[in-house]
Write a protein that binds this ligand. Structure first.
Ligand code: ATP
Length: 331
């Protein structure tokens, strides 16, 4: 009987459980054993495992986080750690290791694939920062959580005629911030992909002043974690304009919560597909979503993909807000 190991690694993402569930159920259906590995690579290195059955994943599709727990494992960054992990994979008698995680976790998988481990990667990260795929599990839930929070902040910001600066997650990738800005109706957004001139407090303050002169009574600015300084920006706005300004850092709020239908669907399809390609005898692949369909790519190739132009939407954002020339529409 064939045996697949599965682990979740790095930052947790809503929908990881739906992926584990689909994977386990597809394995059970096809008479493949599943070994769950706890706390990502840490559990692989310490042999912290459990057998997963159809029942182990009951009642999990709607739950955020990961039932397998997750961790960051510094030992995996070393060659000795990677060799030890590859050895334990062999001792456990696994025929494949499914890694659900972001860029770092899949890079760990790539290292193991070079040591004879058959890796199947599933993109699971709220950041949506894997250029090989058009979707990563958790993104939609994170954006919806951010948007809900922004809606609430907007209510109070409007009532008090304040300026709200909202900081969302995204250290290296501004996708969450950009989507929150577009869907929350923000005036402007600061992203890690933008340069210092584009991420300019003075420009934002000038725009706030202009918009207030046009009759706008409240302001909403989005900041990605990696662009930094939301508290400083709020303080500067207050100092220069006199407008009451508040910074809200959403933080880990965005990691939790029941996954949206979009996340459950992607996760279920990707979890299922991981087993399908295993049964086809394919080795060292990453499941990806491309051109509205699920497919796969070699792990080496997948991780070598470069990020494309994503910033076009920031320009569109500017035309949607009160910066538009039609003064009447904003009164
Ligand atoms: P997220 O971006 O959502 O937090 P991630 O998977 O990118 O997810 P990381 O913290 O970067 O999160 O990586 C998770 C784990 O993967 C690390 O703790 C480490 O064990 C392993 N890992 C990361 N990078 C490498 C690497 N270059 N080589 C081997 N293992 C790695």
């Amino acid at each position: 009987q064939k045996k697949i190991g599965v682990l979740t690694s790095g930052g947790d993402a809503p929908g990881m459980n739906a992926a584990i569930r689909a994977l386990v159920r597809t394995c059970v259906y096809n008479n493949i054993k599943v070994t769950g590995i706890k706390r990502g690579y840490e559990g692989l290195l310490t042999g912290d495992i459990l057998e997963l059955t159809a029942r182990s994943v009951s009642d999990t599709i709607h739950r955020g986080g990961t039932i397998l727990l997750t961790a960051r494992c510094p030992e995996m960054l070393t060659q000795e750690g990677q060799e030890k992990a590859a050895q334990i994979y062999k001792i456990l008698g696994l025929d494949a290791l499914v890694v659900i995680g972001g860029d770092g976790s899949l890079t760990g998988g790539l290292m193991l694939s070079r040591l004879g481990v058959n890796i199947i990667g599933i993109p699971g990260t709220i950041d949506m920062d894997l250029p090989c795929t058009e979707y990563t599990i958790g993104f939609d839930t994170a954006v919806n959580t951010g948007m809900d929070a922004i809606n609430k902040i907007r209510d109070t910001s409007t009532s008090h005629e304040r300026c709200s600066v909202v900081e969302v997650m995204g250290r290296n990738a501004g996708n969450i911030a950009l989507w929150c800005a577009m869907t929350g109706g923000a005036e402007d957004v600061l992203l890690p992909e933008m340069n210092k001139e584009e991420n300019n407090n003075d420009t934002i303050i000038k725009q706030i002043i202009e918009n207030r002169a046009k009759g706008k009574t409240h302001n909403l600015i989005l900041v990605a974690e990696g662009a930094g300084g939301s508290a400083e920006l709020a303080a500067e706005i207050k100092k220069v304009t006199g407008i009451e300004s508040r910074a809200t850092v959403l933080g880990h709020l965005q990691r939790g919560g029941s996954p949206t239908a979009v996340d459950r669907m992607h996760a279920s399809m990707m979890g299922h597909m991981a087993v399908e390609i295993f049964m086809q005898g394919l080795q060292n692949k990453v499941i990806i979503f491309k051109n509205s369909d699920y497919t796969y790519m070699d792990i080496e190739e997948a991780l070598a993909c470069k990020r494309g132009e994503q910033m076009k939407r920031t320009k569109i954002l500017a035309t949607l807000g009160p910066a538009s020339n039609d003064v009447e529409t904003i009164k």
